[in-house]
Design a protein around this ligand. Sequence first.
Ligand code: ADP
Ligand code: ADP
Length: 218
Amino acid sequence: MITVRALTKRYGGVLAVDGLSFDVEPGMVTGFLGPNGAGKSTTMRMILGLDRPTSGQALVNGRAFATLTEPLREVGALLDPGAVHPGRTGRSHLRVAARANGVSARRVDEVIDQVGLGRAAGRRIKGYSLGMRQRLGIAAALLADPRVLLFDEPMNGLDLDGIRWIRGLLRRLADEGHTVLVSSHLLSEMQQTADRLVVIGRGRMIADATTDDILRGL
Ligand code: ADP
Ligand code: ADP
């Protein structure tokens, strides 16, 4: 699970995250909702140890990311689909990631199946649609089969089929007992996706309740 306590991040004069506290429990999909600039990515980066809190804590299974002994086996993430070599094939990208992290080559084929990359896995990433890039990023996050998964705006720019596919995947992962945190700036994406919503604005907590309760309160 994920534990966030009085988490704060200041960039110069900007309080990107301002005293956030919440838990993310296994076995359900937790949506992380807020407008662009609310502090969702910064929070996720701190959970992943990619950014250091100004104060407060972000813990995975009770420990700060930097102190996890096998971080990729505990937490996987889809962040900005950035660091890929466009000239590589999807499969070769995943093989490199697997090798770097002690994951078997056989597992690469499993995640390719799991995300439905199919024959695109043998093509160069530069020809991928946004949906295919999202699937590839999700495959990388699933490689080491971590119990905790973070997805930053995974539905951004996808068509309805892609959104439905991601919804189904998140549901299966939660049903298997994973801890799933998924961010979005659109309530419409989250209302059929998340069991619970953590809603933030300007780095601060606005609401933390079941999606049903939040929708009833609107
Ligand atoms: P969200 O993911 O909800 O869109 P972000 O976490 O990306 O929000 O951003 C929160 C705030 O922090 C914004 O005001 C953004 O401009 C600022 N911010 C994020 N990263 C940096 C950075 N590396 N340097 C300076 N400001 C940043
Ligand atoms: P590098 O520092 O050279 O990027 P890493 O071992 O950190 O090497 O990462 C190798 C691959 O694993 C990269 O493609 C990266 O995107 C992916 N990766 C790294 N951390 C994570 C994570 N927490 N979840 C999913 N994929 C990750």
